[in-house]
Write a protein that binds this ligand. Sequence first.
Ligand code: 5GP
Ligand code: MN
Length: 336
Amino acid sequence: MISKSDLKALLATPQKIVITTHHKPDGDAMGSSLGLYCYLIQKGHHVTVITPTDYPDFLHWMPYHTSVVIYTEEQAKAQQLVAEAALIFCLDFNTLSRINELGECIRNTDAVKVMIDHHLDPEDFDDFRHWDINACAAAQLVYDFIVNVLEDESYVNKEVATCLYTGIMTDSGSFRFPSATSDVYRIAACLIDKGAEHWRIHQLVYDNSSENRIRFLGHCLSHKLEILRDFNTALITVDKDELVKFDVQTGDTEGIVNYALSINGIKLAAFIVERKDKVKLSLRSTGDFPANEICKKYFNGGGHRNAAGGQSDTNFEDTIQQFKAILPEYKVQLLQ
Ligand code: 5GP
Ligand code: MN
C-alpha cells in the first residue's frame, strides 16, 4: 500500500494513466471512469479509459466516450496502454475477475493500482484504496477522492460534474435507494451547481430507448413474467432466440428486473437470460433480503444486498429450475 501523500506526489507530475472498470459497464462504471478522466486530463496526465467490453447506447453521449478503448475490440492497444501505465485506476469493481482477461494484464504490471469502489469483499490487488460500501455509487467516491483526498474541488468542471452525476443517478435508482443519503443529495446539488444538467442527463439515459427495446420490455412483461407468490418472488426469463428476435443490444436488458420487483408484495426479483456463452442472472431485492448471498453461494457472483448478479455453469432451463429450488431455503426471510 502507498500513502495518500505518495499518491499525491505521483499525481503532481504528468503520468501515463489507465482507468478501467467492470465488464458490461453501466452508468456508474462509465460515469465514474469518464468523470475521473475529465479531471485527470485537466491536470496534464495522459489518460485512457479501457473497458473490458462495450457499453450501452444510452451512454454514447457522455463527454469523451469516443476516446474509450474497448478491450475486446482493440486488444493489442489496450495491453500496450496497460503495460506503459504508471498508474491504473480500478473503478466500480474490486476483484480482477470482473474485468475478464484484462484482469491478468493488470495483475502482472508494476503500475500503482488505485481501487475506487463500493462493493463488498475487495480482493487484495491494489496499492491505494478509496473504498466504502455505504457509498451509493463509485462516482460518489470519485467525487470524494477529487474533493477530499486530492483537495481539488476547483477542477470539478461541467464535464466532470456531468459524468459523476450520471453515475450517482443511475446507481442510486434516480436517488431513491436507501444509499441515496442526504450527503448524496448535497453532492448532487454541488454537481448541478458545477454545471451538470440533471434534466438533460435523465432524458439522455432514461428516455432514449430504441423502439425494439420497448417492444422487448412489453414482451417480457406480458409473456415472460412469472410470479411465485409462495415465495414473494418474481422472475423473468429470456432465451437466446428471443434476444435475436427482438434484436436486443448491449444495455437493452438493463433495468427490466426492476419491473418485476415493483409488483406489490414482491421481495425478490430475478432476470435470467441465456447469453451466447453463458446464462446470466440479475437479482434485485427489497429490505434486508440478501440477493448477493444467493449470487455468491450458487451462481459464481456477488454484488450488493439489494442488487446482485452472477452466472450459471448449467444450461438455461436447469438454471431456472435451480433458482426456483433455492427459494425454499429462504422462505422465512421472503415471507417476513
Ligand atoms: P446487474 O444485475 O445489473 O448485472 O448487476 C447488479 C450488481 O451485481 C452489479 O452492480 C455488481 O455489483 C453485481 N454483479 C453482477 N454480476 C456479477 C458477477 O458476475 N459477479 C459479481 N461479483 N458481482 C456481480
Ligand atoms: Mn457502482
